[in-house]
Ligand binder design. Structure first.
Ligand code: PGA
Length: 250
């Protein structure tokens, strides 16, 4: 049985006090849940959020990492720094990094492998643009992003990888994929894992859905056989709505 994950991607939102209040609110409201709960705050607040989450099951990850250990890379943050402040996870390949910041598949692959090599759990995000979906290219795009993103990642390392399917047209737009659309893509991704790794890896890898997940659509999405949780943007910025999604996840 795959354990469901509910993850909050705060993006470039909150300030220090708001972020710490948000994680405290999640901590207080988090009753018994079978879900794994993750938050991805902005870099400057990571240490404070880890401290605020202490004593709870909330795990903290970063929204990015850099591929070198240290040195003259102005503005970048290393895996050692992330682990030093208590991060356990990292997001790689988010559509905003691909399409707004211009990250290519090769860099995304290097980041995935760097995170895994240094002991972080990697949430690798994939997803098609609306024009790619309309041109019936969804599977081709997912195949390309998975092939590149996971190149050189071993079957053993896959135990530390989570895939997030985030159709770009559904991110921050209020246009959620229907449960059937999500399931179709997730089924494709699980099949991809089976053909490129093994039935075992396919069975055990969590595949999250992301794109306008809210408390009132979460249960139906997460209820699909191949949807193992949610990566939540906007609705993760309020403790109540994030807790509502966790409750919907069971
Ligand atoms: P959204 O963002 O929930 O605001 O659509 C999801 C994401 O980008 O991870």
């Amino acid at each position: 049985m795959r354990q469901v994950i509910v993850a909050g991607n705060w993006k470039m939102n909150t300030n220090k006090a708001e972020g710490e209040a948000l994680v405290s609110g999640i901590k207080e409201g988090l009753g018994e849940t079978s879900a794994e709960v993750l938050v991805f705050p902005p870099f400057p607040y990571l240490g404070g959020i880890v401290a605020a989450a202490e004593g709870s099951a909330i795990q903290t990850g970063s929204q990015d990492l850099y591929i070198e250990d240290n040195g003259a890379y102005t503005g970048e943050v290393s895996t050692a720094m992330l682990k030093d402040v208590g991060c356990t996870h990292v997001l790689v390949g988010h559509s905003e990094r691909r399409h707004v910041l211009g990250e290519c598949n090769k860099l995304i692959n290097t980041k995935t492998r760097k995170g895994l090599a240094d002991g972080l759990k990697v949430v690798l995000c994939v997803g098609e643009l609306i024009e790619e979906r309309q041109a019936w290219q969804m599977e081709a795009v997912l195949d390309e992003q998975m092939s590149w993103g996971l190149a050189g990642v071993t079957a053993d390392e896959m135990a530390s990888v989570v895939i997030a399917y985030e159709p770009v047209w559904a991110i921050g737009t209020g246009l959620t994929a229907t449960p059937d659309q999500a399931e179709e893509a997730h089924k494709y991704l699980r099949g991809w894992l089976e053909s490129h790794y093994s039935a075992d890896v396919a069975e055990n890898t969590r595949i999250l859905y992301g794109g306008s997940v809210k408390p009132d659509n979460a249960a139906e999405l997460i209820g699909q056989p191949n949807v193992d949780g949610a990566l939540v943007g906007g609705a993760s910025l309020k403790a109540d709505s994030f807790l509502g999604i966790i409750a919907a996840a069971g």
